[in-house]
Structure formats: structure tokens, C-alpha cells
Design a protein around this ligand. Structure first.
Ligand code: AMP
Length: 189
């Protein structure tokens, strides 16, 4: 696989986190998840965490300024210089533009935006299952539906954004973890 700077896009429950974890092993680059970073801030009770908590619990998006700063700081770290898999960022056009500006400044443009495409109802079922296993407080049916709505509204338009810059590659996200990862390997080959 040649791509080292990858954005993973997909609806909530599309399996981004699981596939990102495999992909970073394969590529030998860090996994950068703004969701994980925000959850860590909530758990640590930092000022940022306190601000983000209520927003995350209802399935809404944390403000662009906050998330852009958080991701920017992380991507400037030394270990991300050789590449990264971005999981859950960007989620809005403002974030995508900020990412482009940052990578341009660093002289390391994005290689690929990989979309994991899934069927909406199957995803709601998958998320309800995960809620039981992980006890995530933002995984009840109402919040799941809200996160879907937010995805369709704010994040799905990024497919066109990346299609426009010819970076978009789409894989079918239905099937086993191994099957989907096989498709990702092919798409990045
Ligand atoms: P995730 O683990 O990526 O599903 O993120 C969990 C929650 O964190 C989301 O529902 C948002 O409330 C928040 N979040 C994570 N990444 C972002 C982002 N790029 N922009 C805004 N909010 C985010």
C-alpha cells in the first residue's frame, strides 16, 4: 500500500475505528481519532472535556474551532510526519479546508480519502450492539439517529469535496472485518 496520509470517512457505525486500527498497523503510522481525543479530555475532566461532554452526549458536533485546533496540534507532532490515518476528522467542510491548509503548510498533502459505505439501518443495529458491549454514553437510539442526521447533513458533503480533488476512494463496508479490510487494501494498493 502506498498511501500514508489517509482520511477515513463513513457514517457512525461504519466500522471506521476498527478498520483504522488495522490500517495503522499495516501502514505503520499513528491513528488519529478526534473522538478518542475528546473522550480522553472528558475522562480527564479538562476544560475542553467539560465543554465537549454535553455536546457529545446528544450526538452533536463539537465546535469547528476546538476540533481544528485539537487535530492540528496532533498532526504537527513528530510521529505524524511520516503519515497518519485520520478517523472522525474532518467532519465538516470548514474542518476539511483547515486540514488542507495545514497539510499544505507542512508540505505533506493528503494521499487519499477512503469512504466506508454502509447501509443506514444495518448501522443503527450495529451501533445498538456496540452500545451494549462498550457502554458508550452517546450510543442510545435517539443519539444514534441524531449522529446519523448530523453525518448526512454536515459530513456527507465531504464526499463531493474529496471527489473534486480526486482523492476519493469508496469501499463497501458491509461484511466481516476481514472482508472490508481486504477491500481497503485493494483500494489503497
Ligand atoms: P467518534 O468517536 O468519532 O464517533 O466521535 C464521538 C463524538 O465526538 C462525535 O459524536 C462528536 O460529538 C465528537 N467529535 C469527534 N470528532 C469530531 C469532529 N471532527 N468534529 C466535531 N465533533 C467531533
Amino acid at each position: 500500500m502506498t498511501a500514508t496520509r489517509v482520511v477515513l470517512l463513513g457514517a457512525p457505525g461504519a466500522g471506521k475505528g476498527t478498520q483504522a486500527a488495522r490500517l495503522v498497523k499495516r501502514l505503520g503510522v499513528p491513528h488519529v481519532s478526534t473522538g478518542d481525543m475528546l473522550r480522553a479530555a472528558v475522562a480527564a475532566g479538562t476544560e475542553l472535556g467539560q465543554k465537549a461532554k454535553a455536546v457529545m452526549e446528544v450526538g452533536a458536533l463539537v465546535g469547528d474551532d476546538i476540533v481544528i485546533a485539537l487535530a492540528g496540534e496532533r498532526l504537527r507532532e513528530q510521529d505524524a510526519a511520516g503519515g497518519f490515518v485520520l478517523d472522525g476528522y474532518p467532519r465538516t467542510e470548514a474542518q476539511a479546508e483547515a486540514l488542507d491548509r495545514l497539510l499544505e503548510e507542512l508540505g505533506t498533502p493528503l494521499d487519499c480519502c477512503l469512504v466506508i459505505a454502509v447501509d443506514g439501518e444495518a448501522v443503527v443495529r450495529r451501533l445498538m450492539g456496540r452500545a451494549e458491549v462498550e457502554g458508550r454514553s452517546d450510543d442510545n437510539e435517539e443519539t444514534i439517529r441524531e449522529r446519523m442526521r448530523v453525518y448526512d447533513d454536515q459530513t456527507a458533503p465531504l464526499l463531493d469535496y474529496y471527489r473534486g480533488s480526486k482523492l476519493l476512494r469508496e469501499v463497501d463496508g458491509m461484511g466481516s472485518v476481514d472482508e472490508v479490510f481486504g477491500r481497503i487494501e485493494e483500494a489503497l494498493a
